[in-house]
Design a binder for this molecule. Structure first.
Ligand code: ADP
Ligand code: MG
Length: 312
């Protein structure tokens, strides 16, 4: 039997386990109902992925479902929010049963890992466009903002830089380097949810690296009216990315390649001892605007821009 709008919703998205008591009403009515517990704020974020803009045509739907949720949970992590619920707006050229089944499996894999309830959405036909709205809880007043960095703060990041960028080059057959870890990071990034929560009372500012470190740290600097000095030798780079830099001589590559979904955050020096998870100090906040990077005993300014839609 052909899949119609309602049959596909009930088959692939409705009737899944609810992990959270906050979900008072899920899929099926005009709206879902969520209870926000006393003393908490609801953090809300939306991210869209468009075919040929955010992902290559023919991308494995299982990876797509995983990544669509991951990029949204990463925004919650960057605020220190605990993810509880998401809605999903799907626009597809056709209702392909196999595609939907794989997409939904990838989505549910990550949703079950973090106990996130799918509470509603919308399903329409059109060019492949995937949107999630994600909601998370933060104890009132503890959200990690981009505007809180202060001169003297140490700049840290989780994980390593540039792997997803290298994974994209591999997927586009633009490099001969074969690094499965980089491909995995590009296809299925793991949002730093626990780290974000742990930073609530430690960091002064935080952002997730979606458009490249230079661009994303740039947002913290702009909103905090400060600048930064990075130390190239401290930047955590995987063997694959190091190899890529040697081959291309493009040292700025990891700073302007996106999709890593690591957290970049700033911490007052006296609080650095409170960091209990793996992360690396990569620089320091200074009062002079801009990003400077010390490399081979010289100081370069880093003006690399990340990806921006509508830029020419
Ligand atoms: P409405 O016409 O009121 O917008 P819909 O008919 O679009 O409602 O959707 C019916 C129900 O299914 C709603 O509860 C909606 O939230 C849910 N829903 C629709 N599409 C999806 C989807 N892709 N994923 C999850 N829930 C969905
Ligand atoms: Mg609708």
């Amino acid at each position: 039997m052909a899949l119609t709008e309602f049959s596909l919703i009930s088959r692939f998205f409705a009737g899944k386990t609810h992990y959270r008591s906050f979900t008072h009403l899920g899929i099926g009515d005009d709206c879902a109902l969520l209870k926000v517990p006393d003393g908490h704020q609801l953090a809300v974020t939306t991210d869209t992925m468009v075919e040929s803009v955010h992902f290559l045509r023919g991308t494995d739907p299982r990876q797509l479902g995983f990544k669509l949720l991951a990029v949204n949970l990463s925004d919650l992590a960057a605020m220190g929010a605990e993810p509880i619920a998401v809605s999903l707006a799907l626009t597809m050229p056709e209702a392909d049963e196999k595609w939907l089944s794989e997409f939904s499996a990838g989505f549910q894999t990550l949703a079950s890992q973090f106990g996130v309830d799918l509470i509603g959405g919308d399903t329409t036909s059109g060019p492949l466009t995937l949107t999630v709205q994600a909601m998370g809880l933060i104890p009132s007043g503890l959200a990690l903002l981009r505007s809180g960095a202060k001169p003297g703060d140490l700049i840290f990041m989780t994980g390593s830089l540039g792997d997803a960028g290298l994974g994209l080059k591999m997927a586009q057959h633009l490099t001969k380097i074969d690094c499965q870890m980089a491909l995995q990071r590009f296809n299925c990034p793991m949002p730093r949810v626990q780290e974000g929560i742990a930073l609530r009372t430690v960091a002064n500012s935080c952002i997730d690296i979606s458009d490249g470190l230079a661009a994303d740290l740039g947002h913290i600097l702009e909103l905090s009216s400060v600048g930064a000095r990075l130390d190239f030798d401290r930047i955590p780079l995987s063997a694959g990315v190091n190899k890529y830099l040697k081959e291309t001589d493009d040292w700025s590559f990891p700073f302007c390649s996106g999709d890593d979904y690591e957290l970049c955050f700033t911490v007052a020096p006296e609080k650095a001892d409170l960091l209990k998870f793996a992360c690396t100090q990569i620089g320091i906040i200074e009062s002079e605007p801009g990003i400077r990077i010390s490399r081979n005993g010289l100081i370069d300014s880093l003006k690399v821009k990340g990806f921006e839609h509508f830029s020419t």
